[in-house]
Design a protein around this ligand. Sequence first.
Ligand code: ASP
Length: 321
Amino acid sequence: MMAQEVKASHTQQLKYAIAIHGGAGSSPRDYSKEVNLARRNALDSALRTGVRIVANGGSALDAVEAVVRRLEDDPHFNAGRGAVVNAVGGHELDACIMDGRTKGCGAVAGVRTVKNPIGLARLVMMRTNHVLLAGIGADKFAEEMGVELVDQEYFYTKKQHDAWQKAKKRSESQPASLKDSKGTVGCVVLDTHGNLAAATSTGGLTNKRFGRIGDVPIVGAGTYADNRSCAVSCTGIGEIFIRHVIAYDVSARMLYKGASLGESIDEVFASSLKPNEGGLIAVSRSGKIEMRFNTADMARAAADSSGRFDVFWGESSDEDK
Ligand code: ASP
């Protein structure tokens, strides 16, 4: 146990803590009043779902899955229903879940028929000897597991279709940006048993090449959890998060240097991320929550056993609702 963390756990160990993100890169200015309200309500309801589970002694793993499922079912986020459109006009989804207690993890990449990729990621973790299944093999596994399958039209939303049209008009040679790809979702939880978990789900970047896989399903890049340090879920330009193994780097700095969660994230942003590349949420083993981004905004929410309940979407937070 690291010095900083020992100190934190003696001073204010929280029984549970939960944080959610609904993607970096977006700002309320990009949406209508109704859509902003819908996104805010979805974050609020997802947070309540997570709190209900952990406050009743449920596991961090169950909580992160349930929260991400809730947001995957919502068309206002780039995950599950509402996923962005790729370069060939389709939807390919990535998701990952990790258990900080066992380091068990499961991920799926490029799935095209699965209603809730996060549920399938959990099944990869529980029912196979593997960590990551991709493409046709992952869709086939979904069929075998009897999870809910949908056709590609299920993922269609006008907003993402319009964003794709806009992105296509821009030069092909432009590097991938978050401009049109808003709303990846993620959740990190510390439960009352002292266990950490992280989950992330996305449709990826708008107009991405067919077959492109982002950071989300790459363990350590977009998603990571270790009971000795923290749980992390990222959002941003996936290629950058993969190169710098961002989620793992946050955890590693805590373990190797004895940095606090906040210090570790400061260092990671300073050393590896340029403005407008993304953000992350994280919770430490003592229940300290951090939600950071270097984009215009990041939809996010947090709650803990002290009674904190904050939803941040554009306006000031809704405290203790
Ligand atoms: N990180 C995701 C990806 O690159 C996109 C996002 O977070 O918005 O696939």
